[in-house]
Ligand binder design. Structure first.
Ligand code: B12
Length: 387
């Protein structure tokens, strides 16, 4: 029943007052060793928290092996988001995650206090590990600080889709498109978009007012359990098919000598955004190498050494993949004459400073901005005489 299927800091010389740990000093780095240790211990920590939940709320029925498994998996997801947010020193990300989770719980008809219960059990587990000396000061204080901040204001609405029709001059076309896709009528959906393209509607317009808002709508409908993961997959695949039918427009522009490699980090399956960026920039004269979803660092490095791009564009949607984006960028920046690195994706639109925390040169909110920022990075390289 419980949970769906299928997700640095304050130093203590601890003084226990009224059962609460009170900080005495501030600002100490979290050690890599401390982070590695808690990641190794994660299976025990997760089990301990779920046991505490089961004891605190027997109605959760965590005795059924299937429910217990999904409770353990969900607990693992929540703690992965917590640790990744701490590694990225972004309380905002963790707050966004919990607001998203809180509204998701609501649509899953889970008890409203389920999330609070989870985090109060988690804090107890962390306190016990801290008192047993199995959790370092700085990390313990970050964990409790992030949990308090991340659960401080949960009931704010987290609607991910822009209100349809408000700022979309193609709202009628979009609703026609939605109808064709959800009724399995790919032929009509394709004819609608290619028809507009043949009448001269720019690629930029089709991306901005049909494909992108439709994808965000899919996220909102899935979030509200109005469509299944399969329908989300299917609808995304239909849009990818139709985007590829526009490739004559993508490859019609003469090349301007500027090279971009576009990729997702390892483990990241959300590739629609970076595909859109590569196709749009290709249509604007850039020579792009689109690598797609979940690329291992070594393969990205290979392509960078072959293509010698001016810009490497890295996409990351899941907060839990951000530490991988940072280590990938460190690797790319250790190359002789490193390319400029631009980043983007869901979490970068939640924390405006995240691009700096992962070591990138720039970030952009969408495909149009990505072109302008990449051109500016190219011009910057030229100015520095690197070209
Ligand atoms: C389609 C989709 C999927 C598909 C992806 C298919 C594909 N081929 O891409 C699949 C089914 C694989 C998927 C899986 C999952 N998904 Co999903 N997914 C979505 C969905 C509905 C749309 C994403 C999309 O296509 N957006 C359209 C593109 C154009 O937008 P974009 O990615 O943001 O990119 C734009 C900008 O961000 C920016 N940008 C993006 N990348 C880059 C890179 C650079 C360099 C630059 C400059 C700019 C830039 O420019 C892009 C173009 O304008 C979103 C909903 C949403 N609100 O985003 C959920 C969503 C992101 N997924 C979500 C989740 C939870 C998951 C799963 C964990 C579900 C599960 N339990 O299995 C898995 C995780 C898989 C993984 N490990 O990555 C949640 C994330 C919630 C959170 N708090 O993080 C969302 C928000 C859904 C929701 N409403 O809850 N998903």
């Amino acid at each position: 029943m419980m949970y769906s299927q299928s997700f640095r800091g304050l130093i203590f010389s601890a003084v226990i007052q009224g059962g609460h740990i009170v900080s005495k000093e501030w600002n100490k780095e979290i050690s890599e060793a401390g982070l590695e240790r808690i990641k190794e211990d994660m299976p025990f920590i997760v089990r301990d928290i779920v046991d505490k939940q089961a004891a605190a709320q027997p109605a959760l029925l965590l005795h059924d092996p299937k429910d217990r498994q999904s409770a353990l998996a969900d607990a693992g997801n929540h703690l992965d988001f917590l640790l990744s947010s701490i590694e990225m020193e972004s309380r905002e990300l963790f707050l966004h995650y919990n607001r998203w989770l809180f509204s998701r719980f609501d649509y899953l008809n889970l008890p409203a206090d389920a999330l609070q219960l989870f985090y109060s059990c988690a804090k107890k587990t962390f306190e016990e590990r801290y008192e047993e000396g199995r959790l370092e000061d700085a990390l313990f204080s970050k964990l409790t600080d992030y949990i308090d901040f991340g659960t401080s204001s949960l009931d704010n609405d987290t609607n991910t889709a822009p209100p349809v029709g408000e700022e979309n001059p193609f709202a009628e076309t979009l609703s026609l498109y939605r109808g064709f896709v959800f009724s399995g009528n790919r032929r009509s959906a394709a004819a609608l978009v290619t028809g507009l393209s043949e009448k001269g509607t720019e690629l930029r317009i089709l991306y901005k007012y049909i494909f992108q808002p439709f994808q965000l709508e899919l996220g909102d409908l899935w979030h509200k359990r109005q469509i299944s993961v399969a329908q989300e997959h299917y609808a995304t695949a239909v849009s990818q098919l139709i985007m590829s039918l526009l490739y004559d427009r993508v490859f019609s522009t003469p090349k301007n000598g500027r090279i971009l490699v576009g990729t997702c980090v390892a483990g990241e399956l959300h590739e629609f955004g970076i595909r859109m960026i590569c196709d749009y920039m290709e249509s604007c004269g850039w020579d792009t190498r689109y690598l797609g979803a979940s690329m291992p660092d070594s393969a990205i490095l290979d392509m960078v050494r072959i293509a010698r791009p001016h810009v490497v564009a890295i996409s990351c949607t899941m907060t839990t993949n951000l530490p991988k984006a940072r280590s990938l960028i460190r690797l790319l920046k250790s190359e002789p004459e490193p390319a400029s690195v631009i980043v983007g994706g869901f979490p970068f639109n939640q924390d405006g400073l995240l691009w700096k925390k992962v070591g990138a040169d720039a970030c952009s909110r969408d495909f149009e901005e990505a072109l302008h920022v990449s051109n500016a990075l190219f011009d910057g390289q030229k100015l520095k005489g690197n070209l």
